[in-house]
Design a protein. Structure first.
Ligand SMILES: [Zn+2]
Length: 121
């Protein structure tokens, strides 16, 4: 990857350019491995919402075998898994196929205020 500001070549692991300090667009680098995962921190809205909940989103590109204490599980490719965590426990999880994930991306992108009218309830 090359720094978009100063052009210095960077290792894939860098998040910031050591020469100019710019954030590197790591989201544009093709992922390696069977999946990518990102955590999204919540904000409590309802009084019953936990203050420290995290949404974990994993997109699976390759099928692989996962070894667990209960045995091995085959994880299919072509889906996105959402799990809601409080502390070290997942409260619930759901997976959606890639085409639904792409529809979610379009939905969230269209909801940005500077991108035009979106009905708000
Ligand atoms: Zn730079």
């Amino acid at each position: 990857m090359f720094c978009p500001q100063c052009g210095l070549e960077q290792p894939r692991s860098h998040r910031f350019c050591p020469a100019c300090g710019s954030r590197l667009p790591t989201e544009l680098v093709p992922p390696t491995g069977p999946k990518v995962t990102r955590l999204f921190h919540s904000i409590p809205i309802h009084p019953a919402d936990p203050p420290d909940a995290v949404l974990r989103v994993s997109r699976y590109f390759e099928e692989f075998e996962l070894e667990t204490a209960e045995g091995s599980v085959r994880i299919p490719n072509g889906h996105v898994r959402f799990s809601m965590w409080t502390g070290d426990r997942a409260a619930c999880a759901v997976s959606i196929p890639d085409d639904e994930a792409d529809a979610l991306v379009r939905f969230l992108g269209a909801a940005l205020p500077w991108r035009g009218a979106v009905s708000r309830v």
